[in-house]
Design a protein. Structure first.
Length: 315
């Protein structure tokens, strides 16, 4: 126990050193749920906001691992280091309510990507994961006019964003002859994400559709299908904009992908928290939900979308 406290104290000191550079400036932090290339766009959004918020110190933080315990410990360290407001994508919102409420009692707390509506967070800024799931289901319906059996793959089965996407997908394919047979979780363990796909290919030859619900799942599906010689033979519905995913959409290996706008989560999130600290609460709607629309990317618009991404990250 003493060793754990020591590590936490060292982390807090490191954070203090970071914020000490601008000790006179309010500090805002964006905390993600796990290390993934998906978050590069959100980080770019935070950097863009920093240029417009010179009076603030903006931080983009990754937990050591994608667990609720380490996320919550990171938030405690941020508060101890003097952070004035936090936005977080929770790895496990259902089991983090007490921790969220503890943080919310000390600094304004906002959520993104995966909400924790039962907590005392001020607002959620991100996608409607249910709507995104519906869009994914619509891709499947278009690609499988004769119906099919789909297997889903996701990181955190218990996270709201996963449950809502799955529910939206099921809603869209209901009555269309398409069945989501099961969803395999991997807890953001990339080798496990790949082995989940390999296992399905070996054990369930009747599966003719796969859905990758988290950003890294579609690339793992791509790897497994390519290794098995089944790329293009199994319909794949993806989420997010990993380069492998976009390449597969462009060459027709994937039916399409539903993309979110994490750049705006980072950009708008920082602006929202800064305004809130300055006393402007008008940007927080009564229902606490600020929805950034998702959209479907297919062969017809993938090149234009890829160019937009490059400009954002490069800028």
């Amino acid at each position: 126990m003493k060793k754990i406290i020591g590590i936490s104290a060292l982390a807090a000191l490191a954070l203090s050193a970071t914020t000490a550079v601008a000790a006179d400036k309010p500090a805002l932090a964006f905390v993600v749920n796990a290390a993934s290339d998906f978050w590069k766009l959100a980080e770019a959004g935070v950097k863009a906001a920093q240029k417009e918020l010179p009076g603030y110190e903006l931080q983009f933080r990754y937990p050591a691992q994608g667990t609720a315990a380490l996320q919550n410990a990171l938030m405690d360290d941020l508060v101890a280091a003097g952070t004035d407001a936090i936005m977080i994508s929770s790895a496990d919102p259902k089991n983090s309510i007490d921790a969220f409420n503890r943080i919310a009692a000390q600094v304004p707390l906002f959520t993104t990507d995966s909400d924790a509506p039962q907590s005392k967070r001020i607002a959620y800024l991100g996608s409607s994961n249910t709507d995104a799931g519906v869009q994914a289901g619509e891709i499947a319906v278009k690609a499988l006019p004769k119906g099919g059996k789909c297997m889903g793959f996701v990181g955190f089965l218990g996270a709201d964003n996963a449950k809502e996407r799955i529910a939206g997908f099921k809603k869209a394919v209901e009555g269309k002859g398409i069945e989501l047979v099961d969803v395999r979780g991997d807890d953001v363990d990339f080798p496990r994400a790949r082995s989940n796909v390999d296992d399905v290919l070996a054990a369930k030859p009747d599966i003719n559709c796969m859905v990758g619900f988290y950003s890294y799942n579609p690339p793992k599906i791509y790897e497994a299908l390519q290794a098995a010689g089944k790329l293009g033979k199994i319909t794949v519905v993806a989420f997010d904009e990993d380069p492998i995913t976009l390449g597969a959409v462009k060459d027709g290996s994937f039916a399409g992908t539903v993309v979110q706008d994490p750049y705006q989560w980072g950009y708008q999130g920082m602006k929202l928290m800064a305004a809130y600290l300055e006393g402007d609460k008008s940007k927080v709607p009564q229902n606490g939900l600020i929805i950034v629309p998702t959209k479907v990317i297919d062969k017809g618009n993938v090149d234009a979308f890829a160019a937009e991404l490059k400009a954002r990250i490069g800028g």
